[in-house]
Design a protein around this ligand. Structure first.
Ligand SMILES: NC(=O)c1ccc[n+]([C@@H]2O[C@H](COP(=O)([O-])OP(=O)(O)OC[C@H]3O[C@@H](n4cnc5c(N)ncnc54)[C@H](OP(=O)(O)O)[C@@H]3O)[C@@H](O)[C@H]2O)c1
Length: 274
């Protein structure tokens, strides 16, 4: 019997167990995918304990996508460059290898828009922001990028890591605003503002000053399906995307790394409208 986990804190918002258990059942794989909430402060000890258990693989979410790097035996080169891991494959010898399937998941629903996007504003500088910033910096069309984060030092670290791909990257404190007089083609919320205890809040108070008619507003949050940021964007007539397609796609890639199968169509059918 295989055992898979999602590890994070808090985990009340997660759809991952339902998606992965449906896929395990579909392929007749004897196994279970469970949520494991670990309190901040207990993470390192919990990882040492988990290393001694028989785990096939796990996902890592808020706030541990960077801290998990200290507990891995190997890191896939793309995940190492980004500095964030969301999927761990555990082999029979108990060795852990980290991957980042958020990059693929994030780009998937944007594919048709990508050639038109020349400038982007990223809100947040955590683990998900790293995948988003590296994925966008890799797009030849993107010429301008800015990052706003509550903790400026974290945005500075991300800027330093992106120096080669995006030397002109601007960073600012989230509370300071970034009105430059120039609107962005894409605004991505990778911060947790809008989810859980921050549900009903928006990370941007000056959205109208940062947009034009063709701006796409993408919130990685999927629960609630429409955050305040997306609601404001929709009312301004903008194209909006929530985090659900990304969630399904990053999950499908993780499932493939563990089992050699992508999610069956029924996972897409059920969860695309969740
Ligand atoms: N749809 C998907 O598949 C998918 C995949 C990955 C992530 N996500 C979502 O993306 C979000 C971030 O995930 P993550 O893994 O990057 O988490 P993380 O590494 O813990 O980063 C959290 C980010 O949110 C910011 N933040 C937290 N509380 C804040 C507050 N009260 N005010 C302003 N900023 C705040 C943090 O700023 P500081 O640096 O100042 O703490 C940081 O930038 C979560 O909502 C998660 O559900 C969705």
């Amino acid at each position: 019997m295989k055992r898979f986990l999602i590890i994070g804190y808090p985990l009340g918002h997660t759809f991952s167990p339902k998606m992965h258990n449906l896929a395990l059942e579909h392929y007749n794989i004897s196994g279970r995918y469970e949520a494991m909430a670990i309190d901040p402060g207990e993470f390192d000890q919990a990882m040492e304990t988990l290393k001694k258990e028989n785990i096939s693989g796990f996902n890592i979410t808020v706030p541990y996508k960077q801290s998990i790097l200290n507990h891995l035996d190997k890191v896939n080169p793309a995940a190492a460059a980004i500095g964030a891991v969301n999927t761990v494959v555990c082999d029979r010898e108990g060795k852990w290898t980290g991957y980042n399937t958020d990059i693929h998941g994030f780009l998937h629903p944007l594919k048709s828009n990508i050639p038109e996007l020349k400038s982007c504003l990223i809100l947040g500088a955590g683990g998900a922001a790293r995948a988003v910033a590296f994925a966008l910096a890799d797009q030849p069309a993107i010429k301008k990028m800015a990052i706003l984060n509550r903790t400026l030092s974290r945005a500075k670290e991300l800027k330093a890591d992106l120096e080669i791909q995006m030397p002109s990257l601007q960073i600012r404190c989230l509370s300071g605003g970034i009105h430059t007089g120039e609107p962005y083609d894409l605004i991505v919320n990778t911060s947790s503002v809008g989810m859980g205890s921050l549900s009903g809040k928006t990370p941007l108070t000056d959205l109208p000053s940062l947009i034009h008619g063709g701006t796409v507003v993408y919130d990685l949050i999927y629960n609630p399906a429409e955050t305040l940021l997306l609601r404001e964007a929709r009312r301004l007539g903008l194209q909006t995307l929530n985090g659900l397609p990304m969630l399904i796609e990053q999950g499908s890639q993780a499932f493939y790394l563990w089992t050699g199968h992508y999610f069956p169509q029924k996972v897409y059918d059920i969860f695309s409208s969740a």
